[in-house]
Design a protein around this ligand. Structure first.
Ligand code: ADP
Length: 192
């Protein structure tokens, strides 16, 4: 099993690159943002609770997303590996993920961190907001709040995995193909 975390601030291209990576390696894609949006669309209790946080650009409480990931891991015992996208976003989530994976005798193989400047992030997210229908992409204040949350809580995730020598930084600006090629290079190096 080879498990990857695709890491980076909101708007860094995790969703776009995830689609390509899962197609190439047959990994199971686990995006907490996607799972949360599907809960909201189905108007579940979890979705209604999460929406309040998401619309303000804040993180959803750790217990909620950790529970979601635990269920997703249990539901996919046959997966050849997982691609985590938008998770873990806090140190507590990282520790919980490591424990869940260890219980299945596996671990994170690689953390791929996409690097994109803040002005480029805001531009991309506002642009996405015009077509995605995502309420958290429509408002520059909410976008800036998400980036602040990233600096306050999420950037620590890279430091956490750096202690284990698992993080590789990849430039997230350039064409989608160029970025994908850089990601593949890192994966192939790590697997060989
Ligand atoms: P983006 O990377 O563009 O912010 P996501 O779809 O990953 O988009 O996340 C959208 C929102 O969902 C976040 O701003 C946050 O409120 C919530 N969310 C997603 N993943 C997590 C997580 N692992 N922990 C806490 N909140 C999360």
């Amino acid at each position: 099993m080879f498990n990857i975390i695709l890491f980076g601030p909101p708007g860094s291209g995790k969703g776009t690159q995830s689609e390509r990576l899962i197609a190439k390696y047959g990994l199971k894609h686990l995006s907490t943002g996607d799972i949360l949006r599907s809960e909201i669309a189905r108007q579940t209790r979890l979705g209604l609770e999460a929406k309040g946080y998401m619309d303000k650009g804040e993180l959803v409480p750790d217990e909620v997303v950790i529970g979601m990931i635990q269920s997703a891991l249990e539901e996919n015992p046959e997966a050849p590996g997982f691609l985590f996208d938008g998770f873990p976003r806090t140190t507590a989530q990282s520790e919980a993920l490591d424990k869940l994976l260890a219980a299945q005798n596996t671990e994170i193989g690689l953390v791929l961190a996409l690097m994109v400047s803040e002005e480029e992030l805001v531009k991309r997210l506002l642009n996405r907001g015009r077509t995605s229908g995502r309420s958290d992409d429509n408002n520059e204040e909410v976008i800036r709040a998400r980036i602040t949350e990233y600096h306050k809580k999420t950037s620590a995730v890279a430091e956490y995995y750096q202690k284990f020598g698992k993080v590789r930084y990849v430039p997230g600006e350039g064409s989608v193909d160029e970025i994908f090629t850089s990601l593949l290079n890192e994966i192939e190096q790590r697997r060989s």
